[in-house]
Design a protein. Structure first.
Length: 205
């Protein structure tokens, strides 16, 4: 038993009060009735200790004051708050660390996602550029074939009008030459020449 409780027990036995009034603060008082059974003072002390208290007044049946016991251990209880505050501070620091880790994880996730999107857009851009270059090359080749066919038609008309048999034979071979034009261009460019396909009545097979 603490010195304060020992002093309280001694005062209860000496004054034998009918009622005990315990104060937790200046305006926070509660009355405790004294039982008539055995060990009544131990029971009164248990009721007083159930809540924090700073002062206890011992009263008789008329309410007159018989004695007062001050709780000198209240100051020590206040000193014990320090470790509790320290514990709370540690919890706050832990919470801050957790929040920091979550925020850093979100930032890294967003950076990874942005990198993936950038790489995907670059790949798509490369594909579009390749397709555009291929379409331009096909358009140029088709235009060359159209121009060549137009020139052959003009020469054929001229040969028919002038009766030039050598020129006529050359013009008869023009479709095959036009078909070999991509192959000749590939050879001149140093690349693999495409395989010429047979034609029957102007239809490729």
């Amino acid at each position: 038993m603490s010195p304060t409780l020992a002093k309280l027990l001694a005062s209860l036995k000496r004054h034998n009060p009918t009622k005990v009034r315990a104060y937790a603060g200046d305006d926070d008082a509660r009355d405790i009735a004294v039982p008539t059974r055995r060990k009544k003072w131990s029971q009164v002390i248990e009721v007083i200790e159930a809540r924090s208290w700073s002062r206890v007044e011992l009263l008789d049946k008329s309410g007159a004051l018989l004695g007062v016991v001050e709780n000198t251990e209240s100051a020590r209880e206040l000193e014990d708050v320090g470790p509790a505050i320290t514990g709370t501070g540690a919890q706050v620091q832990l919470a801050e660390r957790i929040v920091g880790l979550v925020l850093r994880g979100q930032r890294e996730t967003m950076q990874f996602r942005d990198a993936e999107v950038t790489a995907l857009l670059k790949a798509q851009g490369d594909v579009v550029r390749e397709m555009t270059a291929g379409m331009r090359a096909l358009t140029a080749m088709y235009q060359e074939q159209v121009d060549a066919a137009s020139s052959v038609a003009e020469l054929r008309a001229t040969a028919a009008a002038g009766g030039n048999s050598d020129l006529q034979q050359l013009l008869d071979a023009a479709p095959a030459l036009l078909q070999m034009l991509p192959m000749l261009k590939g050879l001149l460019a140093g690349g693999d020449a495409p395989t010429a396909t047979k034609t029957t009545n102007g239809v490729n097979h």
